[in-house]
Ligand binder design. Structure first.
Ligand SMILES: Cc1cc2nc3c(=O)[nH]c(=O)nc-3n(C[C@H](O)[C@H](O)[C@H](O)COP(=O)(O)OP(=O)(O)OC[C@H]3O[C@@H](n4cnc5c(N)ncnc54)[C@H](O)[C@@H]3O)c2cc1C
Length: 518
């Protein structure tokens, strides 16, 4: 992936004419050529130290060329892309180190402690919260610990229905290996094509099918991590009353406590059938209430999501059909995966309930559109940045009883901060018995300083989220961007616990300095 863009350049497409027309009308078009190959600052790590790393992982796996360092700089939030587009890659690591085994990871960590090098674990590089931009000050250098060589499926247990995966496997690679055994993980975040197994675990990722298959942290039954203080092997049974669950300390730890070197995850049989239906709702509130009813009745489909009126009108899934149709109500996608019998039973049960709650069935076409377009939005973001339109997303979650308050507060905060003409879209992306997550997308004409423009909007939204008593992140994690609100969420005692764990596992603070811990 290029540092200024998302994904495979071959998959990028110019804005379709219809979308271009609408965007011109809404924001005007102002071509913003990006610096295509921003330069990285010279590496600071001494050659003798690099030689030491070479003896640990092999000379060919300590890489210092500009291209490789460029591609390991920061993540894929809009500010990350804007900084790279403006030619700023100041957070580039000095070297990229590629260990091939758990023991090599452990050896690199021990070496980094000795030489006081900051270590940034790197999976797919799709982080959107600043979790790959570690602090450099006070360290002899920064190395990106790229897990790209650790891509094995280590074990499959067809009886227990678990599989053990190495952290460097990207989403599609993991699914391909499992499919050879007739199995699947079922974790499909929008970043699926590039994000890695280790990254999913380190950020508590959630996917588009999490209603059916569960969040990634719920899938992990066992994990291994290398820490500067030694090896952690956690999880010996499907459930346990042996004290607090230490796996949970590593899940979501964003590389600050250790490097996750394998996870054992629960797996499913490959579905024989997948069907995705569309449902129309007269309003977001009525659709949300229907989702709550399904969740609390134990009737959730595998995929369920509900766009608000604005997002339904814009139809993000199909950039070539972007339009504004306020009469469209609110679109819900309900998808079912499994054996034909299981699909039929669940689909019939849902179809019996939803009309009673106010839904109108739209058939399979909206579902097909959503499936086709589900990984395209990040490419659309690039095209909009190219013409001077700021596009970014944020997400949160709350209890059902607090949903209206949160939705109104965050939408209002974003609209006020971004000003007249800004578009704020929202959908319910994940649903639980007790509540759900809200995922906001904004588009606004860029000011002269779009990073400051977004930071102001993000701060307003973060404050609104905190004031509404919701979480600052349902699945994007903390990184560096969310630390202020994370402190409010867990309180001073919570912060002290994190610091104590950090001091125990990483006493010299080499792992991802500045990330996660407020
Ligand atoms: C367009 C787009 C769409 C997205 N959609 C979703 C979505 O639908 N759902 C969702 O949950 N997220 C989504 N994200 C966010 C991101 O993809 C997730 O946070 C993902 O889990 C990160 O995985 P990664 O492999 O890319 O991790 P990276 O970006 O490489 O790393 C993320 C953090 O984890 C640490 N880390 C990585 N690997 C390890 C390891 N093995 N051990 C310890 N620490 C490690 C890193 O140091 C960093 O702090 C999206 C991002 C983008 C850009």
């Amino acid at each position: 992936m290029h540092p200024t863009r998302w994904g495979d350049p071959a998959a990028a497409a110019p804005l379709p004419d219809s979308a271009r027309g609408l965007i011109e009308l809404a924001f005007g078009l102002e071509e913003r050529p990006a610096t295509e190959d921003p330069s990285v600052p010279a590496g600071q790590v001494e050659e003798a130290v690099l030689d030491g790393l070479r003896t640990l992982v092999g000379a060919e796996h300590v890489v210092t060329d500009d291209d490789t360092r460029r591609l390991r700089t920061r993540g894929k939030s809009t500010p990350d892309l804007l900084r790279a587009r403006a030619g700023d890659l100041d957070d580039a690591p000095d070297a990229v180190v590629r260990p091939g085994t758990h023991d090599e990871v452990a050896a690199v960590l021990a070496f980094a402690v000795e030489h006081h090098l900051a270590v940034v674990p790197f999976g797919g590089g799709t982080c959107v919260t600043g979790g790959l931009a570690a602090r450099r000050e006070g360290y002899a250098g920064v190395i990106s610990l790229d897990l790209v060589r650790m891509k094995r499926l280590l074990d499959v247990d067809q009886v227990s229905m678990t599989a053990t995966l190495e952290p460097g496997l990207r989403g599609p690679e993991a699914e391909e290996l499992l499919a050879e055994h007739g199995l699947m993980l079922g974790h499909f975040p929008q970043s699926f094509e590039y994000a890695s197994i280790g990254g999913f675990a380190a950020t508590r990722s959630s996917g588009q099918s999490s209603a059916g298959y569960g969040r990634f942290d719920a899938m992990v039954v066992r994990l291994t991590a290398a820490t500067p203080s030694g090896r952690l092997d956690l999880g010996v049974a499907p459930a346990s009353a042996a004290g607090p669950d230490l796996r949970q300390l590593m899940l979501g730890s964003e590389g600050v406590f250790g490097v996750i070197t394998s996870v054992t995850v629960r797996v499913r049989r490959l579905p024989e059938l997948k069907v995705y239906d569309g449902w129309r709702w007269p309003s977001f509130a009525v659709g949300a209430a229907a989702m709550r009813t399904l969740a609390q009745a134990g009737l959730l489909p595998t995929v369920i999501r509900l766009s608000d009126e604005a997002e339904t009108g814009i139809n993000l899934a199909r950039p070539d059909e972007i339009g504004s149709d306020s009469a469209a109500g609110c679109l819900m996608i309900a998808g079912y995966e499994g054996t034909p019998a299981a699909v039929e039973t669940r689909r019939a049960a849902v179809a019996a309930v939803l009309p009673v709650l106010g839904g109108t069935e739209l058939g399979e076409e909206p579902g097909r559109s959503w499936v086709e377009g589900r990984f395209r939005a990040p490419y659309l973001r690039d095209s909009m940045l190219d013409v001077g339109v700021l596009v970014e997303t944020l997400e949160t979650a709350t209890w059902w009883s607090n949903l209206d308050r949160l939705y109104t507060a965050v939408k209002g905060a974003l609209e006020t901060s971004l000003g007249e003409g800004a578009i704020v879209l929202c959908h319910i992306s994940h649903v639980y018995e007790t509540g759900c997550s809200l995922y906001f997308t904004v588009a606004a004409k860029e000011t002269d300083d779009p990073i400051a423009q977004w930071e102001a909007a993000k701060a307003a939204a973060g404050d609104a989220i905190a004031a509404a008593g919701a979480t600052i992140t349902h699945h994007h994690a903390i990184g560096t961007d969310h630390k202020t609100w994370y402190r409010q969420e867990i309180g001073d005692v919570g912060v002290s616990i994190l610091r104590a764990v950090k001091a125990e596992l990483d006493p010299t603070g080499i792992l991802n300095p500045g990330v996660l811990i407020p």
